[in-house]
Design a protein around this ligand. Structure first.
Ligand SMILES: [Zn+2]
Length: 206
């Protein structure tokens, strides 16, 4: 899913355009962090770390420089009007409070209108575009749901995300493996508790 890596990486020279990642600036910041924790940024193991971290942040925030609507391209000639559920889309995002990763699974359910459905890879790319930004899990969940609802125009959308926040689990605030679950429910799923329960049962496997 990182086929466009050359596009999202910024430039290290002065030809950087507005909106591109300033890798030099990130690297300078990482060097300051290393000094701040009492490390020697010039010791051998750390020599390339600032540049590597800068590349990583460019990749993990690539969604900021992507248009999510490019992924909402319905498959044509479809008659399907029953609920569609895509489970276990892997997501990796960065918590905007700590710049620490949160990782987990995204489940998307929707009821197509007039046979308008979206390929599984497009759904995954949509989730990834929003995940690769500084995020809150709640906002990530509703951004995916709102975008699908607006651009695919289905009868209903439900998005559920289960994720482990390393800013909590690595620091002992919560036990490792503790999951935060968020959901966003729109349209028919919101109005009809039975449809919502059916989707939730299919998603959780209960
Ligand atoms: Zn956090």
């Amino acid at each position: 899913m990182s086929a466009k890596l050359t596009d999202i990486k910024g430039k290290r020279d002065k030809t950087r355009r507005p909106g591109e990642v300033d890798l030099d600036r990130i690297a300078r910041g990482v060097r300051l962090i290393l000094e701040g924790i009492g490390e020697d940024p010039n010791r051998e193991g750390l020599r390339d770390t600032p540049e590597r971290v800068a590349d990583m942040y460019a990749e993990l925030t690539a969604g900021m420089r992507e248009d999510p609507s490019q992924h909402v391209v319905p498959l044509s000639g479809n008659k399907h009007d029953e609920m569609v559920i895509v489970k276990d889309i892997s997501i990796a995002s960065l918590c905007e409070h700590h710049l620490a990763p949160f990782v987990g699974k995204c489940h998307i359910a929707y009821i197509p209108k007039k046979g308008k459905i979206l390929g599984v890879s497009k759904l995954a790319r949509l989730a990834e575009t929003f995940a690769r930004r500084l995020q809150l899990q709640e906002r990530l969940t509703s951004e995916i749901a709102n975008t699908l609802f607006e651009l695919l125009d289905p009868l209903g959308v439900m998005v559920v995300i289960e994720a482990e926040h390393t800013c909590m689990t690595l620091r002992g605030v919560k036990k490792s493996g503790a999951m935060t679950v968020t959901s966003a429910v729109l349209g028919g799923f919101r109005k009809d508790p039975r449809t919502r329960a059916e989707a939730m049962a299919l998603i959780t496997g209960k």
